[in-house]
Design a protein around this ligand. Structure first.
Ligand code: NDP
Length: 288
C-alpha cells in the first residue's frame, strides 16, 4: 500500500513555523509583512481561493488587503491598481488572482507587478531566476510539490522525474525545480508521443493536466512516487466530488507514495504563498 503524503498536515506544520518566523521578522524590523490580493470579477472559485489566502495570511501574522475590481474593469485600470501597490511600502507581496477576464492580457498584468513583490513567481525576471537556479520567489504550486517530494525523498539526486503538463504556472517551473534538485527530467504534454510509456519509467511523476483520473496503475512503475496537482470537479451519483489527474484507488497498490486530492498539493500552494510573502518582505527590508 502506498504511503499517503499528507499535504494538509505538512502545510499546517509550515504555517506553524511561519507564525514564529513572521513574529521574529515583525520584532526585528518593526514591519508587518503585507500581502495585497487583487481579484477582477466575481468568479466563485476565485473568491474561495482569495478568501482562503486571506485567512491563512491572518493566521501567520501577515497583513492582507483585498482589492476587488468589477469584471468590466479595463486592463489600464487593473495595471494602475498594481502600480499603486508597487509604490506602497506597506505591501511586500502582490497576487493577482488568475484567471483574468478574457479582455485583459494576463502577460501584461504579470509584467506590471514589481518582480520583488511577485509572490506568485510568474514575472519573467523571476522565471529567468528560477531557470538560472537563483530564484527566491518560486511559483507556489511547484514549490509546494517540491516540499512534499522532499518529505519523502530528502535527496532527489539521480531520480527520473516525468512532469505531465507544461503550463507556465505548474509544469514548466516544476521541471526547472526538479532539474535544480539533480533529477533527470522529462516533460510531456498534449503533443507528446508515448506518454504512458515514458511515465512507466519514472521514479517520480508529477501530474498537472486537468483530466480526471487520467493516470492509472498501467502508467506507473512499481514503487514510484506520484504527486497529483490536478483539481477536477466530477459528478458521481449526482454528487459533486473533487478528483485529481491520477486514479488514486487504482494506483494505491503500485506506488510507493502518493498525494491525495483534496488534501495534497492544494494546501501546500497557500502555505508556499505565505512563505514567499515573508521572503519578499525580507528581501525588501534588506534592499532598503
Ligand atoms: P493547463 O491547462 O494550463 O495545462 C495543462 C497541461 O496539460 C498542458 O501543458 C497540456 O498540454 C497538458 N495536457 C493536456 N492533455 C494532455 C494529455 N492527454 N497528455 C499529456 N499532457 C496533456 O493547466 P494548469 O497547469 O494550470 O493546471 C493543471 C491542473 O492542476 C488543473 O487541474 C488545475 O486545476 C490544477 N492546479 C492545481 C493547483 C493546486 O494548488 N493544487 C494550482 C494550479 C493548478 P499542451 O501544453 O500541449 O496543451
Amino acid at each position: 500500500m502506498a504511503k499517503i503524503i499528507n499535504g494538509k498536515k505538512i502545510a499546517q506544520e509550515i504555517i506553524q513555523e511561519l507564525v514564529v518566523e513572521v513574529q521574529g521578522f515583525r520584532d526585528i524590523h518593526n514591519t508587518i509583512p503585507g500581502l495585497a490580493v487583487v481579484l477582477v470579477g466575481e468568479d466563485p472559485s476565485s473568491e474561495v481561493y482569495v478568501r482562503n489566502k486571506i485567512k491563512r495570511a491572518s493566521e501567520v501574522g501577515i497583513h492582507s488587503t483585498k482589492h476587488m475590481l468589477p469584471i468590466a474593469s479595463s486592463q489600464v485600470e487593473l495595471i494602475e491598481t498594481i502600480q499603486s501597490l508597487n509604490n506602497n511600502p506597506a505591501v511586500h507581496g502582490i497576487l493577482v488572482q488568475l484567471p483574468l477576464p478574457k479582455h485583459i492580457d494576463e502577460k501584461a498584468v504579470i509584467e506590471a507587478i514589481h518582480p520583488d513583490k511577485d509572490v506568485d513567481g510568474f514575472h519573467p525576471i523571476n522565471v529567468g531566476a528560477l531557470v538560472a537556479g537563483t530564484a527566491t520567489l518560486k511559483p507556489c504550486t511547484p514549490y509546494g510539490c517540491m516540499l512534499l517530494l522532499k518529505s519523502i525523498h530528502p535527496d532527489l539526486s539521480g531520480k527520473l522525474a516525468v512532469v505531465v503538463g507544461r503550463s507556465n504556472i505548474v509544469g514548466k517551473p516544476m521541471a526547472s525545480m526538479l532539474l535544480q534538485a539533480d533529477c533527470s527530467v522529462i516533460t510531456v504534454h498534449s503533443r507528446s508521443h508515448n506518454v504512458e510509456q515514458l511515465c512507466s519509467q519514472a521514479d517520480i511523476i508529477v501530474a498537472a493536466v486537468g483530466r480526471p483520473n487520467m493516470i492509472n496503475s498501467g502508467w506507473i512503475k512499481r514503487g514510484a512516487t506520484v504527486i497529483d496537482v490536478g483539481i477536477n470537479v466530477v459528478n458521481i451519483d449526482g454528487k459533486r466530488k473533487l478528483v485529481g489527474d491520477v486514479d488514486f484507488n487504482d494506483i494505491e497498490l503500485w506506488a510507493d507514495a502518493i498525494t491525495p486530492v483534496p488534501g495534497g498539493v492544494g494546501p501546500m500552494t497557500i502555505a508556499c504563498l505565505m512563505k514567499n510573502t515573508l521572503t519578499a518582505a525580507r528581501n525588501q527590508v534588506s534592499n532598503k
